[in-house]
Design a protein around this ligand. Structure first.
Ligand code: ADP
Length: 409
């Protein structure tokens, strides 16, 4: 029986060698991460290999899923209209294209650099230092060449991690400015006639002469009409700005509209001007008659008001190569070229006194511009000081009902 011990030792050595080899193969497989299948074996080793292979496949799938969602998040952050910078303490970790543009940083080159080394805006450095970031700050970055306004807000998260959100608020700031100026202008426009009316009312109280009193009342009535015109024009503008664009279905018969405008012109002129009308047949407009007759009426009233006695005012509706146009031409005082770009601004007047004396509110051309814009039309002005002006409202094909044109298919 003495052979048993050497045989047992031999068997044990063989088993040890087998397991050592399996361990060696497993280690090599684990180290070479790219081998898809585990080494082949039997029994418990085979089971272990299968388990490890499954767990490896699962973690590879999870990793791919994470990489994909990270890429999706980055793509979404890149597409944001606002800028985003991720900071680790104060160092740039990542930023989207909008932030790169706003702050003039290069995401690839500047990663790892403290943001204040690159964004040299003292208010921003101060804001970043401060603990309170509840409100954003507005800054005018010097690199943007003036006029550009950025809103910057810091949001803290995680451990010493921060986001800097950037937004271009230049347009918003301009609109705020326009709104403030508008309120100031309206108040000023209303204050003048109100002061006059109040003054006359005081005087009326003490006035014994009935003839003088009557004159005061006439003057007060005139100022009240002025205020009423202003309020009516403001309401018209506000309606044009806040209502949806007019439907295209309503046809506007141009021949009768021009006749009505001619009658208005004659009434305003009181026989002091020659009024001429030329209307092309067979082409009408589609849109809101109320809006367009108010716009055209403003152009006609301006032509009469800014043309001295004896002058000519011509109204014309005609086809053009691209569509059709409504023209009001006068032989009046004309407008110097430097004023032309600003004429349609609210309350912009070349000669404030003349505008007032003739009953102007300073809103007529702003109404014209809005009403035309809602019909896809543009306003073109040609003028020579001392000779006269021509205001043309140009309409394109879709806004026309042209009986001469071939029917649309
Ligand atoms: P207003 O009520 O003052 O006439 P508008 O907005 O209609 O306001 O016009 C703006 C300014 O444009 C006028 O104050 C005037 O200076 C100038 N203007 C408009 N139409 C004419 C015209 N036909 N001839 C000369 N100037 C004009």
């Amino acid at each position: 029986m003495e052979w048993i011990w050497p045989a047992a030792c031999g068997l044990l050595a063989a088993a040890l060698a087998y397991h050592l080899r399996q361990l060696y193969l497993l280690r090599r497989w684990l180290e070479r991460g790219d081998t898809p299948d585990p080494p082949r074996s039997h029994g418990a080793w085979d089971h272990l290999h299968a388990l490890l292979a499954r767990s490896r496949r699962e973690s590879a799938r999870r990793e791919a899923g994470l990489a994909e969602s990270l890429a999706r998040w980055r793509a979404a952050a890149r597409a944001l209209p606002d800028g985003v910078v991720i900071l680790d303490a104060d160092r740039i970790e990542w930023c989207n294209d909008t932030a790169a543009l706003h702050l003039e940083i290069d995401p690839a080159r500047d990663a790892g650099t403290p943001i204040t080394h690159l964004v040299r805006i003292p208010e921003f450095a101060e804001y970043l230092e401060r603990g309170d970031h509840a409100r954003p700050i507005q800054v005018e970055p010097p690199h943007a060449g003036g006029g550009r306004v950025l809103s910057l807000q810091v949001v803290s998260y995680g451990e010493d991690q921060r986001l800097v959100l950037t937004r271009d608020v230049t347009q918003f700031r301009k609109m705020e400015q326009v709104r403030r100026e508008f309120v100031a202008n309206v108040s000023h426009e209303l204050r003048t006639p109100l002061t006059v009316v109040t003054g006359f009312l005081e005087a009326l109280r003490e006035e014994p002469d009935p003839q003088a009193a009557r004159r005061y009342i006439d003057l007060m009535a005139e100022q009240s009409r002025r205020m009423l015109r202003l309020v009516e024009d403001l309401l018209t503008l506000s309606a044009l700005e806040s209502s949806p664009p007019p439907p295209m279905e309503e046809p506007i018969e141009m021949r009768s509209l021009l006749e009505r405008l001619g009658a208005e012109a004659r009434a305003l002129s009181g026989g002091k001007h020659r009024i001429e009308i030329a209307s092309e047949e067979g082409v009408d407009l589609l849109g809101s008659e109320k809006e367009l007759s108010s716009a055209f009426g403003n152009l006609v009233s301006n032509a009469i008001r800014y043309t001295p006695e004896g002058g000519v005012v011509r109204l014309a509706w005609r086809r053009t190569p691209g569509g059709a146009e409504f023209d009001v031409e006068d032989s009046g005082i004309g407008i110097a070229p430097e004023h032309l770009p600003r004429l349609t601004e609210r309350f912009y007047r070349v000669d404030r006194g003349r505008s007032r004396d003739t009953g102007g509110t300073g809103l007529g051309l702003a109404i014209v511009k809005h009403a035309l814009g809602r019909h896809g039309a543009t306003l073109d002005v040609a003028s020579t000081p001392g000779k006269g002006s021509r205001f043309s409202a140009r309409f394109s094909g879709p806004r026309l009902r042209d009986q001469a044109a071939p029917p649309a298919r």
